[in-house]
Design a protein. Structure first.
Length: 279
């Protein structure tokens, strides 16, 4: 259970030469917030917001950060806004293997290690796996070596026809869930690299006999409280529901883009099987 190297993160997608005004307007429109509503949230005026967006007024560094906060702009894009306004980036992007993030790495390793025997992993903004526990390793048994070459990518491993996809009993439903998740991320981050990954995994073929979305393994509608991942392992069908956790108020781009995904057994049989398999 060790952190693996990942490719360098993409540079901010918002070019500084575009100017901060159009960028802020784009974020405001994306959030479907009026100039007046944003002004009220940011303790400003609609007139000043209008002047900023049209370039008639240069916002202070504090105003850029305040507007970004109220528009829920991702940390990486906040740096891009600051650059476009003529200010230095506020948030560093520290490599995860840097000693400065040693406490973060150790904490994440303890967290997912303590979740065993249930599967858990940490991914970055591009779904590259940075660390995974033994529960994940068990589910990856039998995956061809080329797909396991670093950097491991969670989306590729899950949806590739030579990866986990043939073992997923509700592939259409789970695939639809993952693609929708990626679409939300693309809308948030506007990343060409994430878009390329989405187009790649979205083009993977789906077996003709895979059940339609919404069905669990072709049977009656699932009684679970959330969409389960139904996956076969050594002849047994295991059932999981997943949850994703991120850091609150991150001050580093790398940390802001980390996500911990844990897979909770959705039934007693799955829990018992995992405890027995890893005892």
């Amino acid at each position: 259970m060790a952190f693996v190297a990942s490719r360098a993160a993409a540079s901010p997608s918002a070019p500084a030469e575009q100017g901060v005004g159009p960028l802020l307007r784009a974020w405001r429109e994306r959030r479907r917030v009026s100039q007046l509503e944003l002004a009220l949230r940011a303790d400003s005026s609609a007139r000043h917001i209008s002047f900023v967006e049209t370039g008639r007024s240069r916002p202070s560094e504090e105003m850029v950060l305040r507007l970004a906060e109220h528009l829920q702009v991702p940390v990486r894009e906040r740096n891009a806004l600051l650059l476009a306004a003529g200010y230095a980036p506020r948030y560093p992007e520290t490599p995860l293997d840097d000693p400065a993030l040693g406490a973060v790495r150790a904490g994440l390793e303890r967290l997912i290690g303590g979740y065993e025997p249930y599967p858990a992993l940490v991914v970055d903004a591009f779904y590259d796996v940075r660390v995974a526990n033994r529960g994940i390793g068990m589910l990856l048994e039998g995956i061809p070596e080329p797909l396991l070459a670093p950097p491991l990518n969670a989306m590729r491993l899950t949806l590739h026809p030579q990866g986990m996809a043939p073992r997923i009993r509700n592939l259409r439903a789970w695939r639809g869930h993952l693609l929708e998740q990626m679409e939300r991320q693309i809308a948030l981050h506007r990343s060409p690299r994430l878009r390329a990954l989405y187009e790649e995994v979205g083009a993977y073929p789906v077996p003709e006999d895979a059940p339609e979305a919404g069905a669990a393994g072709g049977g009656p509608p699932s009684p679970h409280f959330a969409l389960p991942l139904l996956i076969e392992h050594r002849g047994r069908v295991l059932s999981f529901v997943s949850s994703i956790a991120t850091f609150n108020t991150p001050m580093d781009v790398t940390v802001a883009e980390l996500a911990v995904e844990t897979f909770l057994p959705a039934d007693a049989a799955t829990a018992e099987y995992l405890h027995a398999a890893m005892s």
